[in-house]
Design a binder for this molecule. Structure first.
Ligand SMILES: [Zn+2]
Length: 331
């Protein structure tokens, strides 16, 4: 087979795949925008995930997006109480975390709870808009407004920026212009290695609690843990296959009702799997995060997919979200 056949076949299969509704947040609902070099295409085509083996120790940073809080809560709960449970779990596991704030959302008292617990806050934009749907001037103003708010709240300007939806620009030109704005704001992009779809479970979880269906809420809580541990396993295996070693990982969570309910269990499971918690700064010092970004396109992707250029690898992520949504549809 000619060496170019694999990337062309991969491209064709993705372009010809039935498109999903525009409301879908699944990654495959968006078009492919970059090609695979033949050597990497062969490596990807051949890569079977290695069989389960005793897990060596690994390091992972916890990052929590959409502060002050996102989504609903069960009856009798409150955002301060839910936030306190998240912070208690982090403290009990000695897990440093970084919280990313959507600055326009109300909840400065909640942000003060995070600060009082010693959690560093980063910029997650003011309005959480899609980068490709606003002008760069508006996007720049949005970032600067969030920087100013966080500086006044915490006393120091934030160091980290988390792109909303992990979207970094549809074209390489837009990606580079946006990154220049991030740099001008003295921010560093806090990329994600372990991308997750736990957001898909929050509405069904809150609905189950509101309905008094505690058995269903418990099943959803278990699915949350299973998904997140599967994501960690998946990205660790992907890294070993495509980078040739384990790396320091950066896990994406959200400040939501499931984190409030299950973060303690999640951190226990990560420790049992050999995980040691590190700061975001320590994780980002791993040289994998200095590799060139090979991706420009509309999809919010794990940094690992971006540097390995393993196009269509996100089918794994899509299958996870699809399966959770089918199992626990929002009412
Ligand atoms: Zn977000």
């Amino acid at each position: 087979m000619p060496s170019l056949a694999i990337p062309i076949l991969l491209l064709a299969s993705i372009l010809l795949a039935p498109s999903l509704p525009s409301s879908s947040r699944l990654k495959t609902s968006l078009p492919l925008c970059s090609f695979l070099p033949p050597a990497l295409a062969s490596a990807f085509a051949d890569s079977e995930e290695p069989p389960a083996a005793p897990s060596p120790p690994f390091e992972i940073a916890i990052t929590i997006d959409d502060l002050p809080f996102v989504g609903g809560l069960g009856p009798g709960d409150s955002r301060p109480q839910a936030t306190a449970r998240i912070l208690k779990a982090l403290a009990e596991h000695h897990a440093p975390a970084t919280g990313f704030v959507v600055c326009e959302r109300e909840g400065d008292d909640l942000l003060r709870q995070w600060l009082a617990a010693g959690i560093e806050l980063g910029n997650h934009s003011s309005a959480h808009r899609h980068l490709d749907r606003v002008s760069l001037a508006d996007w720049s103003a949005d970032l600067r407004a969030c920087n100013a708010k966080l500086a006044s709240l915490t006393g120091t300007p934030p160091r980290w920026f988390r792109y909303p939806f992990l979207q970094t620009g549809r074209t390489s030109g837009r990606r580079d212009s946006a990154m220049a704005i991030v740099n001008e704001c003295d921010l560093r992009s806090a990329v994600v290695s372990v991308d997750t779809g736990e957001w898909a479970l929050v509405a069904p979880f809150v609905q189950a609690l509101s309905n008094g269906d505690h058995a269903r809420a418990d099943s959803i809580g278990s699915a949350y843990l299973e998904h997140l541990m599967a994501a960690i396993d998946h990205y660790r295996a992907f890294t070993r296959a495509h980078v040739g070693r384990d790396v320091r990982h950066i896990l994406l969570l959200h400040a939501n009702a499931l984190a409030a309910d299950r973060l303690d269990s999640l951190l226990t499971r990560i420790e049992a799997a050999g995980g040691r918690f590190v700061t975001l700064e320590e994780a980002l010092a791993d040289s994998v995060y200095a590799l060139p970004d090979r991706y420009a396109g509309p999809i919010g992707l794990s940094w690992l997919y971006r540097v390995a250029a393993a196009d269509s690898a996100w089918a794994w992520d899509d299958a996870q979200v699809q399966s959770m949504m089918e199992r626990f549809p929002a009412e």
